[in-house]
Design a protein around this ligand. Structure first.
Ligand SMILES: O=P(O)(O)OC[C@H]1O[C@H](OP(=O)(O)OP(=O)(O)O)[C@H](O)[C@@H]1O
Ligand SMILES: Nc1ncnc2[nH]cnc12
Length: 182
């Protein structure tokens, strides 16, 4: 697949930027945490974000995969707005079986993501959605899971991208669209 990025309206990017809080040394020393809760708490801003994403991806995807847990908050309303199903990529031990799993490293700590392969149809065009692209470990794990389950990853939509952490490099060959890049 040739990655062809989509562009989000500048007003949407500005709206998101103005609703993100930056917290130094959370959840551990040296991490600058980008807090999306002010954006979620602002109804018109959150609505504009979901509408903006739906405008861009409408007609292009058959399912939206949300990555636990903050990715769920964005993926669920987007899937509903697009009229497609939502796939839940969950942290280890949360989904009843049968599941497939992939281990990965985070900016802070390690984790394992799981997916119920029965929720994915063969060849389904899946958009992966998450709030933050940092090292790319979570996104790469999700790509692997969707692929193993028989889905076709058409891209990854990220609310925020922390460019210094080069997560995009781990997603080489996939379309990665970020509303706001730091
Ligand atoms: O690109 P990466 O380095 O993999 O990091 C990005 C991931 O880290 C955060 O999730 P976290 O595991 O902190 O969980 P949460 O969404 O449950 O807060 C964030 O929501 C992304 O999913
Ligand atoms: N710096 C950060 N802020 C918020 N969420 C994150 N997930 C991974 N790194 C993060």
């Amino acid at each position: 697949m040739t990655p062809q990025g989509v562009s989000f309206p500048a007003e949407l990017t500005d709206l998101v930027r103005s609703h993100i809080r930056e917290i130094p040394d959370f959840p551990s020393p040296g991490i600058l945490f980008r807090d999306i809760t002010p954006l979620l708490a602002d109804g018109p801003a959150f609505g504009a974000l979901v509408s903006g994403l739906a405008d861009v991806y409408g007609g292009r995807v058959d399912a939206v995969a949300g990555l636990e847990s903050r990715g769920f908050i964005l993926a669920a309303p987007l899937a509903a707005a697009l009229g497609v199903g939502m796939l839940t990529v969950r942290k280890a031990g949360r989904l009843p079986g049968p599941v497939i799993g992939v281990d990965y490293a985070l900016e802070y700590g390690t984790a394992r993501m799981e997916l119920r392969p029965e929720t994915v149809s063969a060849g389904q065009r899946v958009l992966i959605v998450d709030d933050v692209l940092a090292t790319g470990g979570t996104g790469a794990a999700a790509v692997e899971l969707i692929r193993q389950a028989g889905g076709r990853v058409v891209g990854l939509a990220m609310l925020l991208e922390l460019a210094d952490l080069r997560g995009r490099d781990r997603l080489d060959g996939y379309q990665v669209d970020s509303v706001l890049v730091y």
